[in-house]
Design a protein around this ligand. Structure first.
Ligand code: GDP
Length: 529
C-alpha cells in the first residue's frame, strides 16, 4: 500500500472521548451520536442503565446485560464522510485511572455540561487531565429542555473555572418548556426544535438569517427579540472561533442542545468532523512517530476482561498510532522482545465487535490477551521504541488481602498480578513478609477485585486493615545509593505487580521524613508503563 493511501485513510478519522460529570448526559449523547452514525437502528441500547441508578456495580451489571463488555468501550461509525471513533470513559469516579489512560488514546474530547448545573467537580478533574496533552475540547451544553442557567453566565463559568476561552457556535432560544431551538452563528440560520423526537433524526426546520420575520412567527416575537439582543451582546463580548486556539487547547467551540431530545448533537458532530484533528503522532522513547508513517505502531491503553463466559479471554485495547493493521500481520512487542502474529484483532464498528481485516492510525483494535500483554505495551513492525506517557497513579487506599482457603495462595497471587496488569488494581508485596497488599485509587475497585477473583480464579478472598497511607514508586540513578536505601528502608519497601520497587508509608509524615532522609531517591506519584 502506498503511503498516500495511509494518509488518506488517516485524514478521515476522528478519535475522541466524552468527558463529563456523572448524570450530565454522556450516555444519552453517545446513543444519539450513534443514531446519527446510522450505527444503531434505534438509539437507546448503548447501556441499559435505569435512570438515576449509578449503582455500585454499574460495571458488572453492564457486562452481564451485554454479555460482552468490550462493545461499549469503543464505537466506530461513519459521519459526513469521516470515520469517527468514540472511546468510552468509565463514568464512575473509582475508575479514574482507566479514564486517564483512555484520554491518552484520543485526539480530542467532547465536554458535556449539564446547563442547569454548570461546571461540576469531575469535569474539572478531567479537564486537568486533558491539559497534560493540550487536547482540543468541544463543549456541549446539555438539557436545554429544562430550565437552565443564564447561557452567558455558563460560558463565563467555563472560562474562569476551566481556564479555556469559549466561542459559542450556536446560541439557544429559550429553555425548558420554552426551548425553541438554536441560532447557528456560523451558518446564520435558526434551527427549530421539536419535542418528542428524541429517538429519530429530526426533520430539519431552518430559518435563514436573523432578521427574517419568519423567526418572529415561529419562536414568538419576545424570544426573537431576546435572541437578537443577546446575540449582539454575545458577539461583542465573547471570542470568535479560532481554529489554531482550538487545536492548542486554549479555546473551545460551544454548542447548545438536548441530548434526550436529540437536538444539537448533529451540530456538535459537524464541528467535530470539520475542526477536530485527525489522528496525531505520539512521542516514544526514541523519536516522535507520525500517524502517516507507513509502518504500523500502537500502544495498549486498557485491558478489559471479557465477561462473556464462552470466551474467557481478556481484550487489550490498542490505539494505532501509525500505519495500517492487516489481518495476519506480525507485530513486535519491544517490552518482551518477541514477535506475535495477530490474526484475530477486533474492531468495534457500530457497537458490535467483529474480526477485522484492516485498521488505520487513529483506530482502536482489540487484541486477545492471554497474559503476555500489559497496559502501556507498544507494538511495532520491528522497531524497538516504546510509547511514553501512559501513567499509573499512586493508589490512595490500601487493604491487605487474605484467603479463606490458605491452600490457594498461588492462585491468589496469579490473579492479583493479572488484575494489576490490566490496571484493575495495584498489588504490593512487601520485601519483609508474605503479605499481599491491594492498592486502589477508588473504593469500588476493592469489590470488583474480590468478585473477579471468585469468578475468574475461583478464589475466596477477604480484606483486612493494613497500616499503609500512601505509596510512591522509587528510583535512583546511583546503584550504590539505591542498594543502601533498599537495605535501610526495607521495612517500608515492596514490589508492585510489575516488580517495580515501591515505598509504602504508614503515614504522610513518615513519607516526608523518608524523602528528607534519602534526598537522592526519587519518589514518584505516577509510574509510566
Ligand atoms: P451520564 O451519567 O453522563 O451517562 O448521564 P445519562 O446520559 O445517563 O443521563 C443522566 C440522566 O439525565 C438520565 O436520566 C437522562 O435521561 C437525563 N438526560 C440526559 N440528557 C438529557 C436532556 O437533554 N434533557 C433532560 N431533561 N434529561 C436528560
Amino acid at each position: 500500500m502506498s503511503k498516500s493511501a495511509v494518509t488518506t485513510e488517516v485524514a478521515k478519522r476522528r478519535t475522541f472521548a466524552i468527558i463529563s460529570h456523572p448524570d450530565a448526559g454522556k450516555t444519552t449523547i453517545t446513543e444519539k451520536v450513534l443514531l446519527f452514525g446510522n450505527a444503531l437502528q434505534k438509539a437507546g441500547t448503548v447501556k441499559g442503565k435505569k435512570s438515576g441508578q449509578h449503582a455500585k456495580s454499574d460495571w458488572m451489571e453492564m457486562e452481564k446485560e451485554r454479555g460482552i463488555s468490550v462493545t461499549t468501550s469503543v464505537m466506530q461509525f461513519p459521519y459526513a464522510g469521516s470515520l469517527v471513533n468514540l472511546l468510552d470513559t468509565p463514568g464512575h469516579e473509582d475508575f479514574s485511572e482507566d479514564t486517564y489512560r483512555t484520554l491518552t488514546a484520543v485526539d480530542s474530547c467532547l465536554m458535556v455540561i449539564d446547563a442547569a448545573k454548570g461546571v461540576e467537580d469531575r469535569t474539572r478533574k478531567l479537564m486537568e487531565v486533558t491539559r497534560l496533552r493540550d487536547t482540543p475540547i468541544i463543549t456541549f451544553m446539555n438539557k436545554l429542555d429544562r430550565d437552565i442557567r443564564d447561557p452567558m453566565e455558563l460560558l463565563d463559568e467555563v472560562e474562569t473555572e476551566l481556564d479555556i476561552l469559549c466561542a459559542p457556535i450556536t446560541w439557544p432560544i429559550g429553555c425548558g418548556k420554552e426551548f425553541k431551538g438554536v441560532y447557528h452563528i456560523h451558518r446564520d440560520e435558526t434551527i427549530l426544535y421539536q419535542t418528542g423526537q428524541g429517538h429519530t433524526i429530526q426533520e430539519l426546520r431552518v430559518i435563514k438569517g436573523l432578521d427574517n420575520p419568519e423567526l418572529d412567527e415561529k419562536v414568538g416575537s419576545d424570544l426573537a427579540a431576546q435572541l437578537r439582543d443577546e446575540l449582539e451582546l454575545v458577539l461583542g463580548a465573547s471570542n470568535e472561533f479560532d481554529h489554531e486556539a482550538f487545536i492548542d487547547g486554549s479555546l473551545t467551540p460551544v454548542f447548545f442542545g438536548t441530548a434526550l431530545g436529540n437536538f444539537g448533537v448533529d451540530h456538535m458532530l459537524d464541528g467535530l468532523v470539520s475542526w477536530a484533528p485527525a489522528p496525531q503522532g505520539r512521542e516514544t522513547s526514541e523519536r516522535k512517530v507520525e500517524a502517516s508513517e507507513e509502518k504500523f505502531s500502537g500502544f495498549v491503553f486498557k485491558i478489559q476482561a471479557n465477561m462473556d463466559p464462552k470466551h474467557r479471554d481478556r481484550i487489550a485495547f490498542c490505539r494505532i498510532v501509525s500505519g495500517k493493521y492487516e489481518k495476519g500481520m506480525k507485530l513486535h512487542q519491544p517490552r518482551i522482545g518477541k514477535d506475535v502474529r495477530i490474526s484475530d484483532a477486533l474492531t468495534f464498528l457500530a457497537g458490535d465487535r467483529e474480526v477485522l481485516d484492516t485498521a488505520y492510525a487513529g483506530d482502536i483494535i482489540g487484541l486477545h490477551n492471554h497474559g503476555s500483554i500489559q497496559i502501556g505495551d507498544t507494538f511495532t513492525e520491528g522497531e524497538k521504541f516504546r510509547f511514553s506517557g501512559i501513567p499509573n497513579f499512586a493508589p490512595e487506599l490500601f487493604k491487605r488481602i487474605r484467603l479463606k482457603d490458605p491452600l490457594k495462595q498461588k492462585q491468589l497471587q496469579k490473579g492479583l498480578i493479572q488484575l494489576s496488569e490490566e490496571g484493575a488494581v495495584q498489588v504490593f508485596r512487601p520485601l519483609i513478609n508474605n503479605d499481599l497488599i491491594v492498592g486502589a485509587v477508588g473504593v469500588l475497585q476493592f469489590d470488583v477485585v474480590v468478585a473477579r477473583l471468585k469468578a475468574e480464579y475461583n478464589v475466596d478472598a477477604l480484606y483486612e486493615h493494613v497500616n499503609v497511607a500512601t505509596a510512591r514508586w522509587v528510583d535512583c540513578d546511583n546503584e550504590r545509593k539505591l542498594d543502601e536505601f533498599r537495605r535501610k528502608a526495607d521495612q517500608n519497601l515492596a514490589l508492585d505487580g510489575g516488580d517495580n520497587l515501591t515505598y509504602i508509608a504508614p503515614t504522610m509524615v513518615n513519607l516526608s521524613l523518608a524523602q528528607e532522609r534519602y534526598p537522592d531517591i526519587v519518589f514518584r506519584t505516577t509510574r509510566e508503563h
